[in-house]
Structures are given as structure tokens and as C-alpha cells.
Design a protein around this ligand. Structure first.
Ligand code: HEC
Ligand code: HEC
Length: 244
């Protein structure tokens, strides 16, 4: 009898408690302000470019986080104006104005996300040695300048618009150098990277991408403020996208 009475009184009480809880949860959900942050607005971008633009799992979608703002902005303009081609992204960029492109570039440039460990080098020593030679000293006979001349001694890029070359997957490096060779990727004229890429043989592209992708990104991965001094004997090369 006692148990029946308890049940009769408690059942409605439980129901009431449940209703109150649901109601308060609903009210709380409604009270939460809609967060109109860049993190929210860029969810469409990070669907491909990985959380916070840390790059997709396979390296096909490039990393955005921490790249120099001027470089990212130039790429958004290049994509918008057809100097680089990726239709799925271009349709997203088409309606955006210049100020918004700058805001997107500034947002991703400011994100500090650790880099994944590099790929273990899979090539033989001669290939790696050729990659290292081109990166540090270039090849005078083939008129290939040293990559460090513009990308910085630590290869982390130079402000405001030369990107770093470490922490990029080998496939991505191959694809970008290949696109410059066949005209699919262009930068503002004079397009120094197109000239450099066209002087590289397939074997040299392979050597460069293999060596670069096997290096650890330094702890200080930000682009340096200034371009290093020209190595003795090297000539100044102008780049439309990086007016020094
Ligand atoms: C459908 C997938 C997809 C979406 C969505 C997307 N991107 Fe991309 N994005 C790519 C791919 C693929 C590339 C590389 C294209 C190439 O190889 O030239 C790229 C390249 C870029 C680059 C050049 C990166 C570099 O290092 O050179 C920037 C900057 C960029 N995207 C920013 C954005 C922003 C900002 C958004 C959101 C407004 C966005 N992307 C949305 C797939 C996407
Ligand atoms: C004269 C200056 C200069 C030299 C030397 C140079 N680069 Fe570049 N590089 C640039 C500039 C400027 C950009 C950005 C181009 C743009 O805005 O699209 C760039 C971009 C790149 C990119 C694209 C990176 C990305 O995230 O998409 C790759 C890859 C690259 N360079 C590889 C090399 C290699 C390899 C060498 C050496 C053989 C080299 N570069 C030498 C100026 C230079």
C-alpha cells in the first residue's frame, strides 16, 4: 500500500521534473547567441582544408594555417581570377569582395597549429643530395637559383608573400611545380616561379619534392621578416607576387 502511494505521487513528480529539465534545456539553447566568428564562417573552407586549415589527411588539400597572409591573399585572388584552377573552390570565392579575401587570409595566417612529422625519405642518397644542392645552392649551369634565396635560409618563407617550403607533402610539391611547368598555375607577372619550374627536369622536381618533404619543420615556423642577402654571384630575380 505504501509503495502504491509513493508511486502515485512520485510518477507525476518525475514527469514534472523531466518537463522542467527539457524546458530549461530548450530555453538555454535558445539563449545561446549565434556565434558569428571567422571559425564559424570558414567551416566551408575547413571541410576541405582540415580543421583550422591544418590540411587534409592526404595532402591534396593544402595547409592554410600559419602561411604568410600576403601569400594566402594572393592565392585567393589568383583562384578568383583564374590564374590557379580549382572550380569547387572558385565558385565559393566568386561572390567574395577584396576586403573579405583579406580577412580570410589574415585569419588563417594567424593560426598557430603544429606541423605533423615529415615523411621518412624514401629515395636513395643521390636523389636527396641533388635536392639539397638545388635548395641550398641552385644550379648555375641550368640557371636554377637556390630556393633559399627567396624562401629564406630556414625555408619557412619570407614576409609578406613568399611561402615556406617545409611541411608540404611531396605530392603537393610535385603538383604545384608541375602546374607551373604546364601553365595551369600562374602568379602575377613577372612569374618567377614559372621560369624556375620550367628549368627543372622531372628528375630535379622529384629530387626537390623528396628532399623538402622529408625535412622537419623548425619550431619557429613563421616566415622571416626579410629576404636573406643574395648569395655571392647570384643575380636578383624579380617576382610580381613578392615586390621586394
Ligand atoms: C572543395 C574543396 C575546397 C574548398 C571548399 C575550399 N578549398 Fe581552398 N583549395 C582546395 C584545393 C584542392 C586547393 C589546391 C588547388 C591547386 O592545387 O592549385 C586549394 C587551394 C587554396 C589556397 C592556396 C593554398 C596555397 O598554399 O597555395 C587557399 C589560400 C585556399 N584554398 C583557401 C580557401 C578558403 C579561404 C576557402 C573557403 C572560402 C577554401 N579554400 C575552400 C580545395 C578547397
Ligand atoms: C626569386 C625568388 C624565388 C626563388 C629563387 C624560388 N622561389 Fe618558389 N616562390 C616564390 C614566390 C614569390 C612564390 C609565391 C608565388 C605565388 O604567389 O603563387 C613561390 C612559391 C613556391 C611554391 C608554392 C608553395 C605552395 O604552398 O603552394 C613552391 C612549391 C616553390 N615556390 C618552390 C620553389 C623551389 C623548389 C625553388 C628552388 C628551386 C624556389 N621555389 C625558388 C619565389 C621564389
Amino acid at each position: 500500500m505504501r509503495r502504491d502511494i509513493t508511486r502515485i505521487f512520485l510518477k507525476p513528480l518525475w514527469r514534472l521534473a523531466l518537463c522542467c529539465w527539457l524546458l530549461s534545456a530548450c530555453l538555454q539553447a535558445q539563449a545561446l547567441p549565434f556565434e558569428d566568428s571567422m571559425a564559424q564562417r570558414t567551416l566551408a573552407c575547413t571541410a576541405c582544408h582540415g580543421p583550422q586549415g591544418r590540411s587534409g589527411p592526404d595532402g591534396y588539400y593544402p595547409r592554410l594555417a600559419g602561411k604568410p597572409a600576403g601569400y594566402l591573399y594572393n592565392q585567393l585572388v589568383n583562384l578568383q581570377q583564374g590564374r590557379r584552377n580549382y572550380p569547387l573552390m572558385q565558385s565559393l570565392l566568386a561572390p567574395l569582395d577584396d576586403a573579405y579575401l583579406r580577412a580570410l587570409a589574415d585569419y588563417f595566417a594567424a593560426l598557430e597549429i603544429p606541423y605533423p612529422p615529415p615523411a621518412p625519405p624514401s629515395a636513395d642518397k643521390a636523389v636527396l643530395a641533388r635536392g639539397l644542392q638545388l635548395v641550398r645552392r641552385g644550379d648555375l649551369d641550368l640557371q636554377i637559383p637556390a630556393c633559399v634565396q627567396c624562401h629564406g635560409t630556414a625555408l619557412t618563407g619570407t614576409q609578406p608573400s613568399v611561402p615556406g617550403l617545409l611541411g608540404l607533402p611531396r605530392d603537393y610539391l610535385n603538383a604545384q611545380l608541375g602546374s607551373w611547368q604546364n601553365g595551369q598555375r600562374q602568379a602575377q607577372t613577372p612569374d618567377c616561379m614559372a621560369d624556375i619550374a620550367k628549368r627543372l627536369s622531372d628528375a630535379d622536381v622529384h629530387a626537390l619534392s623528396t628532399w623538402l618533404s622529408s625535412q622537419t619543420v623548425p619550431l619557429v615556423s613563421r616566415a622571416t621578416a626579410q629576404k636573406p642577402p643574395l648569395p655571392p654571384g647570384a643575380k636578383e630575380i624579380r617576382c610580381g607576387s613578392a615586390p621586394w
